[in-house]
Design a protein around this ligand. Structure first.
Ligand SMILES: NC(=O)c1ccc[n+]([C@@H]2O[C@H](COP(=O)([O-])OP(=O)(O)OC[C@H]3O[C@@H](n4cnc5c(N)ncnc54)[C@H](O)[C@@H]3O)[C@@H](O)[C@H]2O)c1
Length: 261
């Protein structure tokens, strides 16, 4: 590793597993001090044990992103241990499956509370410190679903992800002069519990054969994109959305053996 985040203090939400865990591991390997936060305490603690056993710096803190107080406490603990937060990765999410016709108001509200308001609380919590510091990088893990694409399901999730990417652009425009950059990553289909727990992995893998890059994404594909946006290599990049989906949202094409000549 090349120390691309040497000396940076990073807070990652939803970091106990999946994409958030890959981000925490990669960022720590690149020299960052990482606050691993989640509501899955055991998995979060195990992740931190793995990171520190290989010389990385990280601690685990329970953080339910739907609570403003929990965000402020987690940010405060990060500051106490490491110093001001340089990088926020807003990654936690919850899935609610219903399409619009079947979506109840409580379902809608619960989804937005985590997927959108959770990021709002996180950004609001770190912004004053970043502005005071004169630098900061916010990376929101959004999705192609709701932005580049739409599906006939997950109406609340998709709406939240579209609003999240919009919020990122708002932050970029409003706080750029204070040295704060904000960007989004838009993953496509990534091999995490989102696909494995729903038992749709075989279908997703079959679909992925028609992507321009003909495979499902891996959590590390997203972690590398987040690393780029978080660090100084992206110093002139703000308010953007980096699509990481193997080209799936651009177009699909049958695997070569099915081409008609
Ligand atoms: N996997 C995919 O195909 C895919 C595609 C597009 C976008 N994404 C995005 O990537 C991000 C990570 O997803 P993943 O696939 O790694 O899922 P995951 O379920 O493996 O990880 C999500 C994490 O968020 C945590 N979480 C849930 N509710 C929380 C809350 N209220 N407070 C704090 N933490 C909470 C979970 O405990 C879990 O550890 C999400 O923002 C998701 O929308 C994933």
């Amino acid at each position: 590793m090349s120390g691309r985040l040497d000396g940076r203090n990073v807070l990652v939400s939803g970091a106990a597993r999946g994409i958030g865990a890959a981000i925490a591991r990669l960022f720590a390997a690149e020299g960052a001090r990482v606050a691993v936060t989640d509501i899955r305490d055991r998995e979060g603690q195990a992740l931190v044990a793995g990171i520190t056993s290989t010389g990385g710096r990280a601690f685990y803190r329970r953080l339910d992103v739907s609570s403003r107080e929990a965000w402020d406490e987690a940010r405060q603990e990060t500051e106490n241990r490491y110093g001001p937060v340089d990088v926020l990765v807003s990654n936690a999410f919850t899935m609610s499956q219903p399409a619009l016709a079947d979506l109840t108001e409580p379902d809608w509200t619960a989804s937005l509370q985590v997927n959108l308001t959770g990021a709002f609380h996180g950004i609001r919590s770190v912004l004053p410190g970043m502005r005071q510091l004169g630098r900061g990088s916010i990376v929101a893990i959004s999705a192609t679903n709701g932005n580049e694409t739409a599906l006939p399901a997950n109406a609340a999730y998709q709406s939240a992800k579209a609003a999240l990417s919009s919020l990122v652009r708002h932050v970029a425009v409003t706080y750029g002069h204070d040295g704060v950059r904000a960007n989004a990553v838009h993953p496509g289909g990534i091999r995490t519990s989102m696909l494995t727990e729903e038992d749709i992995l075989p279908m997703a893998e079959a679909m992925a054969t028609s992507f321009p890059v003909p495979r499902l994404g891996e959590p590390d594909d997203i972690a590398r994109a987040a690393l780029f946006l978080a660090g100084d290599e992206a110093a002139y990049i703000t308010g953007t959305s980096l699509v990481v989906d193997g080209g799936a949202s651009v177009g699909t094409t049958p695997p070569p053996q099915e081409h008609v000549s």
